[in-house]
Design a protein around this ligand. Structure first.
Ligand code: MLT
Length: 416
């Protein structure tokens, strides 16, 4: 009998979004006539933009002809795709070298896989609340995690504690789930802290395309010194609707060199390259062709039309919450809106309650960590019609309950 990786015993039985899917499936099985609106997982509803779709078709045609057919590609990504990513950064004023760019099947895989590069005795700082993959992937390999507290007092933007040492720091900005976004000064403090501690920041920029204020950094490399201390993960899932098409990229600057216990120099770029060549055969050619098209100026212009559509949905959600006097976070530089559950209601109870009463699915904050236990997340990635209908139901529920002095009469912020 094999000895199993018993770290899996320390995980919740289901991954957050699988648990939500199970609960919704059970509900719809029992209530097939109900129209359930899903504003839970951040899955997009707009189709691929024209540029990306045409590139996919062109790529498929190339694969059907002996002259242009391609087998295994470079594990790091095709040159054109890497260059298109470099140019995309350049247009926002950030210089990166193509040798630092590794194209992949998404930021989720890479943020999970990156643990391969590090030993198991590091001090790992992870914010709570945050995207659950960071914690789960560390728990799976037996790593101990320390939490940095995001809460209403710091607007869910925790800052470094200079008295505490760290080796690895996870940052997600704009943040999933809270939508909070660090400014340049705040990120600079994290970079300075990492440099002082010789730590590595693992920066998840999956929602960078939603940043609508040019003063806010969309990449950690907009901050001086970041190439000496940060790896950046990004994805086309939200930027370009690739949740089903799958493409992301990770930037591992060559400046990231640390001294091993043997005294040898180890480059994270070389290690990641070694890891990818061993365990990954590269992102498919046609997907990379579409990704390169997305990062052209015209591709980005087309993607922005979809982002505008989601922004309008976010406005529908935030306008409703504002009208009802419910304090919220996010929804501006982020597709997510984050708000407190009614007093004393934990987020899973609130999830079940909304599903039962108005058939609206959101994401319970508990799934993002301890500090999310009494919060709830709605996504703006649904269709406009569904978003408007969900918020209409939400408003009606609240107003009916207010009259009845029922559950929602306990909503602290609503009464204040
Ligand atoms: C989310 O809803 O948090 C995201 O869609 C999850 C993901 O990107 O994997």
């Amino acid at each position: 009998m094999p000895n199993l990786n018993e770290n899996y015993l320390k995980l919740q039985e289901n991954y957050l979004f699988s648990e939500i899917a199970h609960r919704v499936a059970a509900y719809t099985k029992q209530n097939p006539e109900k129209n359930v609106i899903r504003l839970g997982i951040g899955d997009v509803t707009r189709p691929l933009c024209q540029c990306a779709g045409e590139a996919l078709l062109e790529g498929a045609k190339e694969m059907m002809s002996a002259d242009t057919f391609k087998g295994y590609g470079p594990e790091q990504g095709y040159e054109d795709t890497r260059k298109a990513i470099v140019d995309y950064y350049k247009r926002s004023g950030v210089e990166i070298d193509a040798s630092a760019v590794f194209v992949s099947d998404g930021a989720k895989s890479d943020t999970g896989n990156i643990t391969d590069l590090f030993a198991h005795d590091n001090v790992i700082l992870i914010p709570t609340p945050v995207y659950p993959v960071y914690v789960d992937s560390n728990v799976m390999c037996g790593n101990k995690v320390e939490y940095i507290e995001g809460n209403a007092d710091n607007d869910f933007l925790p800052m470094p504690d200079w008295n505490q040492h760290a080796d690895i720091i996870y940052i997600c900005s704009p943040n999933n789930p809270t939508g909070a976004c660090y400014n340049k000064g705040q990120l600079k403090e994290w970079v300075d802290y990492a440099l002082k501690n010789q730590a590595v920041i693992l920066f998840d920029a999956a929602y960078e395309a939603f940043v609508s204020d040019s003063e806010l950094p969309r990449s950690i490399y907009a901050v001086e010194g970041a190439k000496q201390c940060a790896i950046e993960f990004c994805s086309l899932s939200k930027t370009a609707g690739f949740t089903g098409t799958r493409c992301g990229y990770t930037i591992v600057p060559k400046e990231l060199v640390f001294t091993a216990s043997t005294g040898e120099e180890m480059s994270l770029n070389a290690m990641w390259n070694r890891r990818q060549c061993t365990k990954y055969n590269g992102t498919s050619y046609i997907v990379q062709k579409a990704a390169a098209a997305v990062f052209s100026e015209e591709g980005i212009r087309q993607c922005r039309e979809n982002l505008e559509y989601y922004r309008e949905n976010a406005r529908v959600i935030t306008d409703t919450l504002s009208d009802l006097g419910i304090r919220f976070y996010g929804g501006v530089h982020s597709p997510y809106v984050w708000f407190e559950c009614p007093k004393d209601m934990d987020s899973w109870t609130f999830f079940d309650y909304l599903l039962q009463e108005i058939q609206v699915v959101g994401t319970p904050g508990a799934g993002f960590g301890e500090n999310g236990k009494h919060y709830f997340r709605l996504t703006s990635f649904g269709t406009y019609e569904n978003t408007a209908e969900a918020m209409k139901r939400f408003r009606n529920l609240l107003e009916t309950n207010k009259k009845r002095k029922f559950v929602f009469s306990d909503w602290k912020s609503f009464l204040s």
